[in-house]
Ligand binder design. Structure first.
Ligand code: SF4
Length: 477
């Protein structure tokens, strides 16, 4: 039975569902639809009424639905290097027509064990798909009972049994049915992998690429030359969107979209700030799930309303002295980096067992773009985690550690995200030196489960717990 969720959480789920549904409907109606990097100013496309999907969010969803490994492998099989970010590999495989699919034999009745090639019948009691239709992991091979197929190959087949069988075997969840793009929107404030990834999609589909180049910023402020440079690119982007949409830029609509985005950002930051209460009124792990909501729908007024509703629910928890965390908070930790989406249960279990609540999520407030005018919009979009200096990064995090009363830091050395993971050893050193708290790191990946080892993770969490205990004893707590 599906878990009951609060009205605020349900409202967020509904708005994301709506965004995906409208994207599919727009494509079916023949309107141009786009793919956008998560920190491209969404206000622009929104003001033109252009529907866009978000490949990073899509890849996270595909990974959480346990198709990350087969999609990464599909990308590698067509020549993309294993060292490329897992989100990019999943998206590039998707753009090339690959989709997660059930493994079946030629009659379409059985599922094939990917390792032995033997048939496995559901009727024999083998549980190969769970109640939500997600492939479970084969306990022997540790590989999912899933494969990929290619929609272009299927489309080229003559009508008949094989074509129908292969079409039916494709996974149908919303991230796996996102329509192909007619244009792409890329902003490299996230990382430069993004630039090559979107160029590749634009070339493969022969579609326009709208690019906003954000220079790396080594200062604690954004200088005027950069603001001017980025604003001129916004002007070009507006002209390109006029061509794509066939509509003129409407300043009033743009203003309205900016107001919606600001309202969402403020409500989102308010939700994040409830983690400052001790004990926290919610399980910080839940913020990971809401990342999809803020990425996909932050320009929508419904998203602003849903986050405001969620904030009011948290306010009530604070008043009542209750929490949504399913365990008693013993220690408060900051989680550094993007979670391993295919391994969320493995991440959560040892935290719950040791009473560790995540009350600091570096990744989350990075989507709180608040501004009052166009120059401030530009400056807000310059402040993504990977586009600022280490000094700025340390200052943000140490503010979070202080305000959210963090006892220790758990660092995800994410094989996909080299720009983020590269400076973490120095950050760990600084957190302990400046804030007097222990840290521990573990190896993983946000999308490719082959790079995560549950035993190593559990050991590192245990080490962090012991270090926090020793720290608390030293302070006499
Ligand atoms: S920021 Fe990291 S995770 Fe995101 S696209 Fe770039 S490399 Fe991948």
């Amino acid at each position: 039975m599906a878990k009951t969720v609060s009205p605020g959480v349900q409202a967020l789920r509904d708005v994301v569902e709506k965004v995906y549904r409208e994207l599919r409907e727009a494509k079916e109606a023949g309107e141009p639809v786009g793919w956008s990097s998560s920190k491209f100013p969404c206000e622009l496309a929104e003001s033109f009424g252009l529907h866009v999907g978000y490949p990073e969010n899509q890849a996270a969803g595909i990974a959480a639905n346990r198709d990350g490994e087969v999609m990464c492998q599909a990308a590698e099989d067509i020549g993309y290097d294993n060292d490329i970010c897992g989100y990019a590999r999943i998206s590039l495989a998707y753009a090339a027509g690959y989709r997660g699919a059930n493994k079946m034999d030629k009659d379409g009745n059985y599922i094939i064990n990917p390792n032995s090639g033997k048939q496995m019948k559901d009727a024999n009691g083998k549980k190969v798909f769970d109640e939500n239709g997600k492939p479970v992991i084969d306990p022997k091979t540790r590989k999912p009972y899933a494969t990929t197929d290619n929609i272009y190959e299927i489309a080229a087949l003559p009508d008949g049994e094989e074509k129908t069988r292969r079409q039916n075997a494709l996974h149908k969840y919303r991230q796996m049915t996102m329509p192909m793009p007619d244009f792409v929107l890329c902003c490299n404030n996230i990382c430069n992998c993004m630039t090559k990834w979107y160029e590749d999609i634009a070339r493969r589909h022969n579609i326009p690429l709208i690019m906003i180049d954000v220079p790396y910023n080594e200062f604690d402020h954004v200088n005027e030359a950069n603001v001017k440079y980025i604003r001129s690119q916004l002007d070009t982007a507006i002209r390109q969107m006029e061509e794509i949409s066939g509509r003129k830029f409407d300043e009033d609509k743009f203003e309205q979209c900016c107001q919606n985005a600001n309202r969402t950002a403020k409500a989102w930051l308010k939700v994040c700030d409830y983690l400052q209460y001790k004990p926290s009124p919610f399980n910080g792990f839940d913020l990971f799930n809401h990342m999809a909501d803020v990425v996909t729908a932050r320009g929508r007024v419904e998203a602003a309303e849903a986050f405001e509703l969620l904030a009011s629910e948290l306010e009530q928890h604070v008043k009542d002295g209750t929490t949504t965390a399913p365990f008693k908070e013993q220690y408060r930790i900051m989680f550094e980096g993007i979670p391993c989406w295919p391994k969320l249960p493995n991440l959560f279990k040892p935290l719950k067992a040791n009473g560790l609540n995540i009350t600091g999520v570096v990744y989350a407030p990075a989507f709180g773009f608040v501004y009052n005018n166009l120059d401030e919009l530009v400056k807000a979009y310059c402040k993504a985690p990977n586009s600022v200096s280490i000094e700025q990064g340390v200052a943000w995090r140490e503010g979070l550690i202080r305000d959210n009363k963090v006892d220790g830091v758990l660092v995800h050395y994410n094989r996909s995200c080299k720009p983020w993971s590269g400076y973490m050893p120095e950050m760990q050193r600084r957190f302990t030196k400046d804030m007097g708290i222990p840290t521990a790191g573990f190896d993983g990946d946000q999308a490719d489960p082959r790079n995560f080892n549950a035993a190593q993770y559990e050991t590192r969490v245990q080490g962090l717990v012991e270090a926090m205990e020793a720290n608390a004893a030293k302070k006499g707590n």
